[in-house]
Design a protein around this ligand. Structure first.
Ligand SMILES: Cc1cc2nc3c(=O)[nH]c(=O)nc-3n(C[C@H](O)[C@H](O)[C@H](O)COP(=O)(O)O)c2cc1C
Length: 443
């Protein structure tokens, strides 16, 4: 059975040796993010038990590898994108509990500085909540929307909020504003990976229906006390807030997922009026620009890629936007010479997040960039297989503009010359070198 909350998931990680703990004090402005970065290199999650200026423990990197996402979703070894796509095409509606553990402590006199909020990069404008999901209710449909917002700490009860215009979150905010309704938003922090992944989808469904579908059973929610929003019942921390209609403040800079700083601009303010938590809450952070953030954004977007690719060709077998989001790798067992390039062109047109799209054959490991580059340098006949496609919709904050040119690379081999592209294969790749070595005897 899939665990319901973050702490049970962390326990499972720890039992499997995948969670590191730091007991000594760590400075959350100057030290925490460098340590988080190193834990990704080790492929582990990291729990800080003793952070400066806060009595709350904090965890990061809970989904820094595809291996852990597959384990958390309990979806076996098959292609993650296909599994995710099949599960997220329909939702399972959530159920509402009367009460839950996230109401164990209720704090009306809000002081956000008690949370162990990290500052990530040298020039960041301040500490940012990054692992929380923002939840709003659509006033017309009554459905909820969840998405991530990087929230800058601006004061005891104030967070700087930037909602990109393409998000459903921004749509709902605008609808509520137009109708003169309070623009309420709850932030849920400390969630199981399933709720984290569901919130990262850009779907017309309620993201909590998606979470139910990924779980295979309805997600449990509980009502907020002061605002009309329902939140995950097993979260660690809930911030109940309202986006101030007439107030903006300079927010930023913040190191972003592309590895640059998003510049300072006047942004909305989310005023927090109540905090509810479990008795001993665990704060959760997602480091901007980390492997975890990349996976959170790319795994749901792989569904968009797969849907676009399958429109053109049933021969597509796997897709990946790992390890670096603007690049997309598509594995295809093509049956016609131009099939791969048709797939690339459709995907580049349909999925804005991609700058480079590469197709490879079935004998290439799409999760290994060295293998992909091997295919590019040995199987692409550049004059015919590489092209630049202009004026396609890109990422909203791209300095080159929202419409930009993108790169198409077909690295599948030409069918008519198949005999030249048979990959040299080793026998018995599962042998273990250690079994063959003699013990070294030191005199
Ligand atoms: C860690 C993280 C931080 C993010 N920060 C923001 C942000 O500050 N503003 C924003 O508009 N989108 C941000 N995003 C992207 C959105 O959450 C994402 O596009 C989501 O799918 C939007 O969902 P929606 O369109 O259903 O509202 C972030 C994503 C992640 C994973």
């Amino acid at each position: 059975m899939i665990e319901k909350d973050l702490r049970s998931y962390l326990q499972k990680m720890e039992e499997a040796g995948e969670l590191l703990r730091i007991r000594k004090e760590v400075d959350r402005v100057k030290e925490a993010s460098a340590l988080l970065k190193q834990s990704v290199g080790k492929g582990k999650a990291l729990l800080f038990e003793n952070l400066s200026d806060s009595s709350m423990p904090a965890v990061g990197n809970t989904m820094a590898s595809r291996k852990w996402i597959v384990k958390a979703l309990q979806c076996g070894e098959q292609s993650l994108a296909s599994w995710f796509t099949a599960r997220t095409s329909n939702g399972i509606p959530p159920v509402l509990l009367e009460s839950s553990s996230v109401k164990e402590v209720v704090e009306d006199s809000v002081d956000l500085s008690k949370l162990p909020i990290f500052t990530f990069y040298e020039k960041d404008g301040g500490p940012y909540i990054t692992g929380g999901i923002g939840i709003q209710k659509d006033p017309e449909t009554g459905k909820q929307n969840a998405g991530y917002y990087s929230l800058q700490l601006m004061g005891k009860n104030r967070l700087g909020l930037h909602m990109l215009e393409q998000t459903h979150g921004f749509e709902i905010f605008q609808k509520r504003e137009k109708l003169g309704l309070p623009t309420e938003m709850a932030i849920a922090i400390g969630l199981h990976p399933i709720e984290m992944l569901a919130a990262a989808t850009h779907t017309p469904l309620d993201e909590f229906e998606v979470a139910g579908s990924l779980r295979g059973e309805a997600l449990e929610l509980v009502k907020c006390d002061g605002i009309d929003v329902d939140v995950p019942a097993h979260a660690e921390i809930i911030l109940e807030g309202t986006i101030l209609a007439d107030e903006k403040e300079a927010e930023g800079p913040i190191g972003d997922w592309l590895g640059y700083y998003a510049l300072v601009e006047d942004r909305h303010i989310l005023r927090i009026d109540r905090i509810t938590t479990r008795k001993d809450p665990i704060y959760q952070s997602v480091m901007a620009g980390s492997a975890e953030e990349n996976l959170l954004i790319s795994v749901p977007r792989e569904t968009d890629v797969l849907n676009a690719a399958k429109k053109v060709s049933p021969a597509v077998t796997k897709v990946s936007m790992d390890p670096f989001l603007p690049i997309c790798i598509i594995q295809i067992n093509k049956t016609a010479e131009d099939e791969a390039m048709q797939v690339i062109n459709t995907v580049l047109e349909d999925v804005p997040f991609i700058n480079i799209c590469i197709t490879v054959d079935e004998d290439v490991d799409i999760y290994n960039m060295n293998d992909v580059l091997w295919a590019v340098v040995t199987r692409s006949h550049f004059e015919e297989d590489v092209s630049v496609v202009s004026d396609l919709l890109g990422f909203a904050r791209d300095p080159f503009g929202v419409y930009k040119s993108k790169l198409a690379i077909d690295a599948t081999y030409p069918l008519e010359h198949g005999q030249h592209f048979q990959r040299a294969k080793l026998l018995n790749t599962d042998l273990n070198l250690d079994d063959y070595l003699e013990p070294v005897i030191n005199n």
